[in-house]
Design a protein around this ligand. Structure first.
Ligand SMILES: *Cc1c(COP(=O)(O)O)cnc(C)c1O
Length: 372
C-alpha cells in the first residue's frame, strides 16, 4: 500500500471559483435567479455556437426536459446507444416511453447510424446519441437519418464539453444538446446541467417546464404540468469561473490524456481510445481497453492490482440492456458488451501533473506485470 493515492477524478477549483461564489452569497442571489445565471446561459450558448442555453439542476433532468418539451410520452420509442450512462435511458423512461437500445461502433464507441436506421419503427419519435467518453457521435449521418424520418435528434454531450466535429462544437450538432456539470465532468458546478438548442419554440417550452410550468405572464397560474429543474445562481457562479478557465482546464486534461497515450503505446495489453478523422475529442477521462477483443477478466484484475498500488480507476459503463430497470435480453449489442468488459478509465484531472502521470504509468506497468 502507498500513501500517495491518485483519485480517478477531481474538480479543478481555484480562487476564481471561490471569488464568484462568495460574490453570489454576498449578493443574496443564491436561488434560481441572478446575474450569474443569465451570464452563464449567454456565454455557454455563444461558446457552443448555438441559439440559446437553458440551465438545469443536473444533466439527467436536462435530458428529461428536452424529451418532455418535445412531447414524448407513453407508447413512444426513443433510440439510444446500449453503451452509455444510465441517465440517457432513465430520461426516456421518465416520459413513460421506451428506450430502444442499439449497438455502438468499434471505431468511435458511439451509436452506429446503421443500427439506428434498422431500429426505426412506427413508434419511434427521437434518437438520443451520446458522445461517449468525449468522442462526438456521427452527427452528419444521424441528422440526415432523423430528417428523413421526422425524428428529433438529441445529443447527450454530458461527457464532451469542448469537443468539435469538423470544427463545429458540441452543443451545435443536433436539434438539442444536453450537458452535465457533475463533479467529475470536464467543467463542473458540483451538480448542474444545460440544454442548448437553436429551436426557439423548443427552448421556450423547456423554460416553461423547467419552472414548474408557470405561465410567464400570470404568476401562480400553471397551464401545464411542469417540473422544478432550475439551476441555482450559486451553481452558475461556479460555472462562470469554470467557463473563464475552460481553455486552460481542457488543455491540462488534454496533456494528461496525451501523456498516458504516449507512454503506454508500447503496452501490448492496452489499446487507447480511437479518434475518428475530423474529431477533436473532449478530454473527459483517459480510456483504455485491456486485453484482446473478447477478454472478460483482465480489466478487473488490472483494476484490483492498480487499486493496491494507489491508483483509482473506473470500469466502463454496464450496457443498458443488462440493467434491471431497462432489462432487454433480446438486445443484440456485442460491441457494447465487449467494450463494457474491457474498458477502464485512468485518473484524469487538470491538477494531475506530468510527474503524476509518469507515476501512474509506472504503476500501470507494474500492475500489468503482476497480473500477467
Ligand atoms: C454524467 C452523464 C449524464 C448526466 O449526469 P448528471 O449526474 O445527472 O449530471 C448523462 N449522460 C451521460 C452520458 C453522462 O456521462
Amino acid at each position: 500500500m502507498t500513501d500517495d493515492r491518485y483519485p480517478v477524478a477531481r474538480p479543478s477549483l481555484t480562487d476564481l471559483e471561490e471569488r464568484y461564489v462568495v460574490e453570489a452569497v454576498r449578493s443574496g442571489w443564491v436561488s434560481s435567479r441572478g446575474p450569474f445565471l443569465t451570464d452563464f446561459e449567454d456565454r455557454f450558448a455563444r461558446r457552443c455556437a448555438t441559439g440559446t442555453a437553458v440551465a438545469t439542476a443536473n444533466g439527467t433532468v436536462a435530458l428529461h426536459l428536452v424529451l418532455a418539451a418535445a412531447g414524448i410520452g407513453p407508447g413512444d420509442e426513443v433510440i439510444v446507444p446500449a453503451l452509455t450512462y444510465v441517465a440517457t435511458a432513465n430520461a426516456v423512461a421518465y416520459c413513460g416511453a421506451r428506450a430502444v437500445c442499439v449497438d455502438v461502433l468499434p471505431q468511435s464507441w458511439c451509436v452506429d447510424p446503421a443500427a439506428v436506421a434498422a431500429a426505426i419503427g412506427p413508434r419511434t419519435r427521437a434518437v438520443v446519441a451520446v458522445d461517449l467518453y468525449g468522442h462526438p457521435a456521427d452527427y452528419p449521418a444521424l441528422r440526415a437519418l432523423c430528417r428523413r424520418h421526422g425524428l428529433l435528434l438529441v445529443a447527450d454531450a454530458a461527457e464532451s464539453f469542448g469537443a468539435t466535429l469538423d470544427g463545429e462544437p458540441t452543443g451545435s450538432l443536433a436539434d438539442a444538446t444536453t450537458f452535465s456539470f457533475f463533479g467529475n465532468k470536464v467543467i463542473t458546478a458540483g451538480e448542474g446541467g444545460c440544454v442548448t438548442t437553436s429551436d426557439a419554440a423548443l427552448a421556450e417550452r423547456m423554460r416553461l417546464l423547467r419552472n414548474q410550468g408557470m405561465d410567464p405572464r400570470r404568476r401562480y397560474y400553471f397551464p401545464v404540468l411542469g417540473y422544478n429543474y432550475r439551476m441555482t445562481n450559486l451553481a452558475a457562479a461556479l460555472l462562470c469561473a469554470q467557463l473563464d478557465r475552460a481553455d486552460e482546464i481542457i488543455a491540462r486534461r488534454d496533456a494528461v490524456v496525451a501523456g498516458y497515450e504516449a507512454q503506454l503505446t508500447d503496452e501490448p495489453a492496452l489499446s487507447e481510445q480511437p479518434v475518428l478523422p475530423g474529431v477533436r475529442r473532449a478530454p473527459w477521462m483517459a480510456c483504455f481497453l485491456v486485453g484482446p477483443a473478447g477478454d472478460t477478466g483482465s480489466r478487473d484484475a488490472l483494476a484490483l492490482a492498480l487499486d493496491r498500488l494507489g491508483v483509482e480507476t473506473r470500469p466502463f459503463f454496464v450496457p443498458i440492456p443488462e440493467l434491471p430497470a431497462h432489462h432487454d435480453p433480446a438486445a443484440h449489442c456485442p460491441v457494447s458488451v465487449d467494450l463494457s468488459r474491457r474498458g477502464i478509465n485512468l485518473p484524469t484531472y487538470p491538477e494531475l501533473t506530468e510527474p503524476g502521470v509518469k507515476t501512474v504509468v509506472e504503476r500501470v506497468r507494474a500492475a500489468l506485470a503482476a497480473v500477467g
